[in-house]
Design a protein. Sequence first.
Length: 528
Amino acid sequence: MPTLEIDGQQVTVDDGLNLIQAAEHLGIEIPHYCFHPGLPVAGNCRMCLVEVEKMPKLQIACNTRVGEGMVVRTRSERVKRAQAAVLEFLLVNHPIDCPICDQAGECKLQDYYMDYDRQPSRVPLQAKVKKGKAIEIGPMVMLDQERCILCTRCTRFLDEVTKTGELGVFERGNHCMIDLFPGRRLDNPYSGNVVDICPVGALTSKDFRFRSRVWYLEATRSVCPTCATGCNIDIHHRRGEMFRFRPRYNAEVNKYWICDEGRLSYKNFQGEGRLLHALVRDGEQWRRSPTAAAAHRVADRLREIAAEFGAAAVRGVVSAQATCEEAFLFERLIREVVGGQVTGFSWSPPDAYHDDFLIDADRNPNSSGLRELALAIDGVEPLLADISAGRVRALVLLRADLSLAAGDRVLQALAERVDFCVVIDSHHGAVTETADVVLPIATFAETDGTFVNRERRVQRTRKAFASPGDAVDGWQLLSDLLSYTGATAPRTAAEAFAGLTATFPSFGGLTFDVVGECGVRLRPAAPA
């Protein structure tokens, strides 16, 4: 591990790092455009020039590896002159689009101009080279060639990460531009990542374009709920509305990337179909009810059915869309308090796309979590057989729309053979129509909790904003139901997780703080 000096401060870092990465250990920013830690080094923007003692020329920090005893200066007058010159060169043909550019607020041209340049342009507007603007290059991405500074992050991503190579650099000199290869479209499953890594406003998201200025948005760390990979994301939101998901770095899961399906999945958790109020069936009609009163009705009715027909007549189904805390408390409610049986439900389309990179065929974020909690994922057929045989008189469904797997067969069975059906969910589904009581709960973005991904890594979701209407956190509703039956119940999601960790050895010793930002791999399962 070499020790070097940067701007008068000594630092010891891992061998193989470049000077940009070494400086970050000291909180020193070396400006750069083309360098990205998840991509091969190109060294073409020249913005990261620094002075290295005993070297006659300025060196690019992105391609200069640390060495023992190296002395580096990042803010000498010589370096400052070079940085200002590079910025002036990059801005020679740049359009004056800042007031209408979607990148405003996260643009490194704006930031670096204020930090390292601040000189007036010597090129009149009419002399700037004109290139293409607002070019739709794929279903996710718009290209503005005039704003491009030719950092080549996008082309390297498509060449080295997705290996699809849709974009290239064409023409020469000041007419150089990024463009599609003839006959190609940027439509691979990870195309949206080129927007994230573009340091300027050349590549923008068609979905997010002109919807909000970024300085109005808040960011909350969470986990993508689209599949079992559990990519780490930031939820960008304002006033209870989600505007976009962006990938968050996790070296053990998704590194810097996320798939397009996961990126756009925020739309599935807001808008039409949201359950906002508790509903109780009154004959053929629904009647709105206070959530507490409806929950009391559920607790009383489940105990009545257990007393009349036996505890085995009460059945609970929890889906792999639920958090670990919700599944744990649900199991306690059905099995320990009422005495019924609980099974897991993990459904994915049979033709779900998957690959060897990030996209998993399991379209649930917590199938592994249900298994870790010893909840068998049996499928719908055994349950349907029990319902048809009259062995199930009460059914409680937690985020589990069984019609996804069995269609109208399950709806008919619920309507004809089950005396009391409860749906606990955030959105209306086909099974909601057969329910006697509907209890609204929060989406994953509105609650604290954990998911366990396909690699048995437990990761946190965080409450980004309050739920609309009368919906409450899933763990909170289940805790209230436990309280109504006289059982002990947690007061926070952290307490629910603590109860889980005390029960299941693979979670032993974990807390929300220990799980942290990037998650923790669970202990190996005990031998049978």
